[in-house]
Design a protein around this ligand. Structure first.
Ligand SMILES: Nc1nc2c(ncn2[C@@H]2O[C@H](COP(=O)(O)OP(=O)(O)O)[C@@H](O)[C@H]2O)c(=O)[nH]1
Ligand SMILES: [Mg+2]
Length: 282
């Protein structure tokens, strides 16, 4: 039987096992970096990078990539897909679409894949990074409105909000969870966000360079990014979005209860970490 997220959670490895896993993760990341550098020896990113971390989304990612804007005003947009292992044709679909594609040979989780994407964006010269899902839940045509507050320099980090916009999904438990966790996160990080778990986000590269070394979550990363950025004094704002149902397939993040527990765990552990670290000096 393939190990599930839940299975991994209850059979945590001992410290030697964790060291071995960390070594394998480093090896995996290095080989993806080398592979990317060899595939794009002349790579240079324009100011805006749309970053899609994708795990087994061959059915959905093609349409997402087709709908991606290529300009915001007079700033060029390019797309970077980080394919996070998996056994389907996600990488082939991304390569066929002609976008920058970085392939992790094994699945490391969305948090790890996005961290690699942030690093590549910075290395190859991007100034703004917009993350969005590969499953069709975020509409790429909204990218200009999501990134605009950064271009106007009124914010450093923008999160799309389905609660300020339109939620076209019907899962009432998920909706209640989004509300509850936004409230908790606002209480501990002194924000007024309505949808802190939305993965449609725009960042200034300076913010990503500052927070990335602090990020530890391999998979459930959305709350960690918000709490870390807020603690480090960056300006966070929100923009309305239309939240679509998944184009096909089911969530890979587990059922509502499991997802909720993981989300709560990440809020708790990140909150403890930032309290320990304290706030950086202005
Ligand atoms: N890189 C990476 N992305 C993942 C993984 N699991 C899910 N995703 C991606 O994260 C996005 C959101 O995941 P999804 O399963 O739809 O979660 P949900 O929208 O919160 O129910 C999608 O683009 C997925 O392809 C993973 O293990 N690694
Ligand atoms: Mg989804």
């Amino acid at each position: 039987m393939a190990p599930t997220q839940r299975h991994r959670w209850v059979t945590r490895p001992d410290s030697r096992g964790r060291k071995r896993i960390a070594q394998m993760q480093r090896f995996t990341l290095d080989s993806a970096r080398e592979d990317f550098a060899a595939r794009y020896p002349q790579a240079q990113f324009p100011p805006i990078v749309a970053l899609v971390a994708a795990y087994e989304e061959e059915q959905n990612i093609g349409d997402v990539l087709k709908a991606m804007p290529t300009m915001v005003g007079d700033l060029e947009v390019t797309t970077l897909v980080v394919v996070d292992g998996g056994s389907d044709d996600t990488a082939a679909v991304a390569l066929d679409a002609g976008v920058f594609t970085c392939v992790l040979p094994v699945n490391l989780g969305q948090g790890a894949a996005l961290k690699l994407g942030y690093e590549l964006a910075a290395t190859y010269g991007a100034r703004y990074v917009v993350t969005l899902d590969a499953d069709g839940q975020n509409d790429p045509s909204e990218l200009p409105s999501i990134v605009q507050p950064l271009l106007d320099d009124v914010s450093d980090f923008v999160i799309a909000s389905r609660r300020l916009g339109v939620d076209q999904t019907t899962d009432r438990f998920r909706r209640a969870g989004v509300k509850l966790y936004a409230w908790i996160l606002n209480e501990i990080s002194r924000q007024q966000l309505t949808d802190s778990s939305n993965g449609y986000r725009a960042f200034k590269i300076e913010l990503l360079n500052d927070i990335t070394p602090h990020l530890l979550q391999d998979q459930y990363q959305t709350a960690e990014v918000v709490i870390t950025a807020a603690n480090r004094g960056w300006r966070i704002s929100q923009q309305p979005t239309v939240w679509h149902p998944r184009a096909s397939g089911t969530s890979k993040k587990g059922g509502n209860l499991f997802f909720g527990l993981q989300y709560g765990r990440v809020i708790g552990t990140t909150w403890l970490r930032v309290r320990r670290e304290g706030r950086p000096r202005p």
